[in-house]
Design a protein around this ligand. Structure first.
Ligand SMILES: [Zn+2]
Length: 381
């Protein structure tokens, strides 16, 4: 009887001890697996193999959901690789975890905002950053991100307001950019033929940046629409004072305004003066085209020959060959020459962003590559 009682007591104790040891052993094995996967992930990252690293790091996260930093790192890796769905899932999960410290949840919200921004989900990105504006630590960064969103979404009034806030709170200068926002508003008004409204926006642009070449060009364009060549010329002449390099953008318009008001000599003079002041493909194209239209092809060929003598270049040679081909369309050698030169010439004469190097065939006020304002010099390369 005594033996049976002892037996009944020992069996459960042995069972519990076995279960405990098994648990400990399992924990130990998990820890080992976790560290192996972790070091494998880091090693793969160092070897620039993010795809394989992600698989290894996912295993660590599965084994230990408390590795918050690793969650952030993994989310950012997905985001950088363009896998926004997965990045959003991770950052959203962190943001919704009520047991995490507030600082971790706010960081996740900030990262979530950028996931949405990169994925082009601007409404959601705006929502995330608007919430972060109430957090002192993230306020300024959130405002900068919101300004970016408003510009992408072409919400110019909101962009103007946000730029003003950044000027007050962060001491940043956004005057030049704000002038561009007003010019964008003016462009929209012009598309709807609301000339007076466009003029008001352009005056605001000049209030923000009195050197705004873009506003002066547009005011001149509106004056031309109103058949007021004299006012147009006044606006465009001011460009020479504020930024002489940008004059090349309006020379053709100025020449046209002079022609329209019967001042042919001034038209020729301004083109020739600009041609001698600003060498380069832009003025070469413009001057040869203008002289061909107003003075005839012989005068244009004369100009191109002078250009070739003073500064031998492929563009002038190709333009000359093209003009000669128009006179002698059956000349097989000329046909072949133009055919050979055209592709070479098409590669030169592009505008280039000074911030990111993005090249564009036509002049841009805002870079399609990096969204910078006024980063294109008015010069073709
Ligand atoms: Zn750029």
């Amino acid at each position: 009887m005594e033996f049976e009682l002892w037996f009944l007591l020992v069996v459960p104790i042995l069972f519990l001890a076995g279960w405990w040891c098994r648990g400990k052993d399992q924990q130990h094995r998990d820890k080992e697996r976790q560290s192996r996967a972790y070091f494998k992930g880091v090693n793969l990252l160092l070897n620039d193999q993010p795809d394989k690293a992600i698989d290894a790091l996912i295993e660590v996260v599965k084994l230990d959901p408390e590795t918050i930093e690793l969650h952030h790192a993994l989310g950012n890796l997905f985001s950088r690789r363009g896998e926004f769905d997965r990045a959003v899932r991770i950052h959203n999960h962190l943001f919704n975890r009520a047991d995490l410290p507030n600082s971790e949840r706010l960081l996740a919200l900030y990262e979530l905002g950028y996931d949405y921004l990169k994925a082009g989900l601007f409404d959601r990105a705006e929502d995330s950053f608007t919430r972060l504006m109430n957090e002192p630590e993230y306020r300024l960064d959130a405002m900068r991100a919101l300004l970016k969103i408003f510009c992408t979404e072409k919400e110019w009034f909101k962009a103007i307001e946000m730029a003003a806030r950044l000027e007050t709170e962060a001491g940043e200068n956004h005057q030049v950019d704000v002038a561009h926002y007003y010019c964008e508003l003016a462009d929209a008004s012009l598309r709807q033929k609301k000339l007076e409204e466009a003029k008001e926006f352009l005056k605001q642009a000049l209030n923000s940046d009195r050197h705004s070449v873009r506003a002066l060009i547009a005011l001149g364009d509106i004056a031309m629409l109103e058949q007021d060549a004299e006012s147009a010329l006044n606006y465009w002449t001011r460009i020479e004072q504020v930024s002489p390099d940008h004059l090349t953008l309006v020379i053709a318009r100025m020449a046209q305004a002079y022609e329209q008001s019967g001042q042919h000599e001034q038209a020729i003079n301004i083109v020739q003066r600009a041609f001698s002041d600003h060498s380069g493909p832009e003025m070469l194209l413009l001057a040869s085209d203008f002289i061909a239209k107003t003075e005839g092809p012989q005068a244009a060929q004369h100009l191109l020959k002078d250009a070739l003598t003073n500064n031998p270049n492929l563009l002038a040679f190709e333009l000359l060959a093209e003009m000669r081909l128009k006179e002698r369309p059956d000349d097989m050698e000329l046909q072949l020459l133009v055919k050979l030169l055209k592709p070479e010439v098409s590669r030169i004469g592009r505008y280039q962003c000074t911030h990111c190097g993005f090249q564009a065939r036509s002049f841009q006020w805002s870079c399609p590559g990096c969204s910078s304002w006024g980063s294109y010099p008015p010069k073709r390369y």
